[in-house]
Write a protein that binds this ligand. Structure first.
Ligand SMILES: [Cu+2]
Length: 302
């Protein structure tokens, strides 16, 4: 009996090794409760991206991506780091951490009910050094989605902050005629940096159709500091400003591409930054998460 059990165990390990899910890029398409989009981890080193995002047949985003998470340790005891999610970092989820239903998969695609609401989640699990990182988008049929990043782990047992950067390349009803407003009424005409302290939410709308989105901070999006000084930045779209992160751990989005160019009735991109403080005392197993909510608001039908 002992022998047989040993054999079974060894066979199981061998099989597991044989069929161990390799880190590999994945992509696909989703059509779910009014939402339609493509997702991919193939795109070079910008985490899980969603592209050609439509809600109720209206184009909302060309692409949303996660180019970098900058990390600063107190007194530079470790790092600083520019954590970039890419193919070789993807690892299968284990022990339902941080989400259930996806054990053994690095790309998690699931739907679930919570508090009477239905959600669709698409996320990717990764490990970079000692960090576990899970980056996801969670959609609701009412027209909003949350962009999340979960992280845990300690590269050094020292207090530090993670600064997660999302790049939303909005194309509301196409790439022309987009406008950006602060707090729902304050129209912006040239590129700017912003703080949640000063602006509660941002609107991106199509000036012709009136279709719009509101971008609102998540509950735990933290505060900027000297190392990462801004919460949001809006720029004119340019192809060479919307791909990979080339600016290392100390690259400050507030200083990048800020040339006071026109952002009224044109193609724009929206950078959003959350700041996760992580104390050494909390240990390496506690997950932190943060990220903004994007809500689509369609104009009333005639
Ligand atoms: Cu941390």
């Amino acid at each position: 009996m002992q022998c047989k059990r040993t054999f079974t165990l060894l066979a199981a390990i061998a099989l597991q090794t044989l069929f161990a899910p390799l880190a590999s890029a994945e992509s696909g398409q989703i059509n779910w409760w009014g939402w339609r989009f493509n997702y991919s981890t193939d795109d070079a080193a910008t985490g899980l991206t969603i592209s050609d995002v439509y809600f109720e047949g209206q184009k909302i985003l060309y692409r949303a991506s996660f180019p970098v998470m900058r990390v600063e340790y107190d007194n530079d005891d470790c790092g600083p780091y520019a954590d970039i999610l890419w193919e070789d970092a993807y690892l299968p989820i284990e022990n339902s951490q941080p989400v259930s239903q996806c054990d053994g998969k690095s790309l998690c695609r699931r739907s679930y009910d919570q508090d009477g609401e239905t959600y669709l989640e698409i996320g990717v699990n990764a490990k970079l050094g000692e960090y576990d990182i899970y980056q996801s988008y969670v959609f609701n049929p009412k027209g909003y989605f949350d962009a999340f990043v979960f992280s845990r782990g300690l590269q050094c047992v020292v207090d530090h902050s993670h600064h997660a950067h999302w790049l939303f390349d909005f194309d509301i009803n196409g790439d022309d005629n987009d406008q950006v407003l602060k707090n729902g009424n304050n129209l912006q005409t040239s590129e700017f940096n912003d703080l949640r302290r000063n602006t509660a939410f941002w609107t991106v709308r199509d000036a012709v159709t009136g279709t719009r989105v509101e971008i609102r901070p998540g509950r735990d999006d933290g505060r900027p500091d000297d190392f990462s000084q801004w919460d949001a930045a809006v720029r004119t779209w340019k192809s060479d400003e919307t791909g990979n992160w080339y600016w290392g751990p100390r690259g400050e989005i507030g200083d990048l591409f800020n040339e006071s160019e026109n952002i009224n009735r044109t193609d724009i991109v929206f950078w959003y930054v959350s700041h996760l403080e992580h104390t050494a005392l909390e240990g390496e197993s506690l997950w932190h998460y943060s990220g903004p909510r994007v809500t689509v608001i369609l104009p009333p039908e005639d």
